[in-house]
Write a protein that binds this ligand. Structure first.
Ligand SMILES: [Zn+2]
Length: 268
């Protein structure tokens, strides 16, 4: 059985990597390498973890391809979309991979119960990534400007980290629910509710961090705020707020860790 799982872990991940590369949803070699590490380790720990991760990846890529005109504006601001590089893959799959390593050390290959806390933690972190991705993808289709999550709730440009919309919250709930529903369908465990809760929590924490410590830059050439150190025009942008180390990937990873820790604390 272990051998079969090991063979499958490699065989199933290869075509996914190739398709992702062709569809330009993963960068080469960084994104593909990251996905291979995450894909193989989670599969060896338990294929259910891998399946939720794959579902996150497929659904978020699919809704990412949908672009309304409002959304195009927002995505340009956020400078998101396109190929995921190594760090983006790790920002979304890092917690699930770490939890899978813990599972492999404690239980071995494909030998863990599906309601074990580390399986729930792994899936919760994926739900948080799905919630956050869906929040951005769905939220940016709104015609209303987002409001800043902190008082006095001023309007901010679409795609701003820390900005919230009603549609965005619906996206958050949907993203977390898709992963929670899949877990429930696979396990018939009510722990799925904690996964949905953890997913929504993760997205909320992501927004709070985005509004507080995430680094924001300003491009003097284009007179635009940006989350990138180097703006897409090529100019080195000026740091205006937040902690320099807290780029979008670090914030994603951190909110996954915090949300998973809270769920660990609640269940454990
Ligand atoms: Zn610029």
């Amino acid at each position: 059985m272990e051998l079969l799982i090991m063979v499958l872990a490699f065989l199933l991940n290869i075509p996914i990597g190739l398709v992702s590369m062709r569809k330009k949803s993963l960068s080469f070699p960084g994104g593909v390498l990251g996905a291979a590490i995450v894909g193989v380790i989670t599969f060896l720990a338990h294929p259910y973890i891998w399946m939720t991760l794959l579902t996150f990846f497929i659904t978020s890529t699919a809704i990412g391809k949908y672009k309304g005109s409002e959304k195009a504006v927002a995505m340009e601001y956020a400078e998101k979309g396109g190929e995921r590089d190594f760090f983006q893959v790790m920002a979304n799959g890092g917690v699930a991979t770490a939890a899978s390593v813990i599972i492999l050390i404690n239980f071995g290959i494909y030998n863990v119960g599906v309601t074990e806390i580390w399986v729930v933690i792994a899936v919760t972190s994926i739900a948080a990534s799905a919630a956050d991705t869906w929040a951005t993808e769905v939220g940016t289709t709104t015609t209303n400007d987002p409001i800043w999550i902190f008082p006095p709730w001023n309007n901010v440009p679409k795609g701003t980290s820390g900005g919230v919309t009603f549609k965005g919250f619906m996206g958050t709930a949907m993203g977390a629910a898709v992963i929670g529903a899949l877990y429930f369908f696979l396990t018939f465990s009510t722990l799925a509710l904690y996964i949905v809760l953890g997913g929504i929590l993760g997205s909320l924490i992501d927004t709070l961090l985005g509004a507080s410590i995430q680094s924001v830059y300003y491009c003097e050439t284009c007179k635009k705020q940006t989350e990138k150190k180097y703006h897409k025009c090529g100019t080195e942008s000026k740091h205006i707020r937040g902690w320099r180390i807290m780029d979008n990937d670090v914030v994603n990873l951190l909110s996954g860790i915090i949300a998973s820790s809270i769920i660990y604390w609640i269940i454990g």
